[in-house]
Design a protein around this ligand. Structure first.
Ligand code: ADP
Ligand code: MG
Length: 248
């Protein structure tokens, strides 16, 4: 069998904040397609790792590779241009724009690089694309609402639509269900599953149960280090994971 090149890989990745070592020596590869979840207890270093692999800030040590290409330390917009999109743990939309405008602006930002931004004829097309993306994330009925009027779960879905407007091949989500009600959580997990049909997803989640049935691979961080990686079955049976993560 030919081993497919991973879409993303971390090699010896580490991050210190002053004297505090939040992450050390994490080497892990993410396969193309499907969902890989990064799990671990609070403070394990998940968001730090997420920020390093999404280019939000540079690592103290190590490299990040996208399709085999070293992208360590590139500016965030270069990550975006390569097809890496992310949504943060903190919501990140323009509160005083409508839902439709939020996504249209994002879709427009993408076309800037094709020098279409002065072309007003592209406008209806962008609106159409924005509406299609919003329908896909379940916000088709909220197009004219201001973003700030949305419920928390809807804002997270909007944020994902904004990320999708860049047509990413890799989508990174940091705890997309944080602060959500059970119904919102279910809707978000359904959405995540649907998104994985068209792009590779890397999902940070501290609720292990939530991702077990969803992802094909898990990466477990603990105290800033890689504790385990493997299939859901591997992780469920992993003695160290059971001890430190499940308290068994
Ligand atoms: P997780 O997302 O798994 O809950 P984080 O990556 O947010 O964990 O944090 C890992 C550790 O690094 C925590 O102890 C946290 O307090 C610390 N940390 C995270 N960001 C910073 C920062 N900017 N400055 C100092 N310490 C930080
Ligand atoms: Mg976090």
């Amino acid at each position: 069998m030919v081993k497919a090149e991973p879409i993303l890989a971390a090699r010896g990745l580490g991050k210190s904040f002053g004297r505090f070592r939040a992450l050390s020596d994490v080497t892990v590869a993410f396969p193309e397609g499907g969902i890989t979840a990064i799990i671990g207890p609070n403070g394990a270093g998940k968001s730090t790792f997420f920020n390093l692999i999404s280019g939000a800030f540079p690592p103290s040590e190590g490299r990040v590779l996208f399709r085999g290409r070293d992208i360590t330390g590139l500016a965030p917009h270069r990550f975006a241009r390569m097809g890496i999109a992310k949504s943060f743990q903190i919501t990140n939309v323009f509160p005083h724009l409508t839902v439709r405008e939020n996504v249209r602006v994002a879709a427009q930002a993408r076309t800037v690089r094709f020098a279409l931004f002065r072309d007003r004829s592209a406008y209806p097309e962008l609106t159409e694309r924005a509406e299609a993306l919003l329908a896909a994330v379940g916000l088709g009925h909220r197009l004219d609402r201001l973003a700030r009027e949305l419920a928390h779960g809807e804002q997270r879905a909007l944020e994902i639509a904004v990320a999708l407007a860049a047509e990413p091949s890799l989508l990174l989500l940091d705890e997309p269900t944080a602060g959500m009600s059970p119904e919102e959580t279910r809707a978000m997990m359904d959405l995540v599953q649907r998104l994985a049909e068209t792009c590779t997803l890397i999902l940070v989640e501290h609720k292990m149960k939530l991702v077990m049935g969803l992802c094909r691979r898990l990466v477990v961080l603990h105290q800033g280090q890689l504790l385990a990686e493997g299939s859901p079955d591997d992780i469920r049976a992993h003695p160290e994971v059971r001890r430190v993560y499940l308290g068994k």
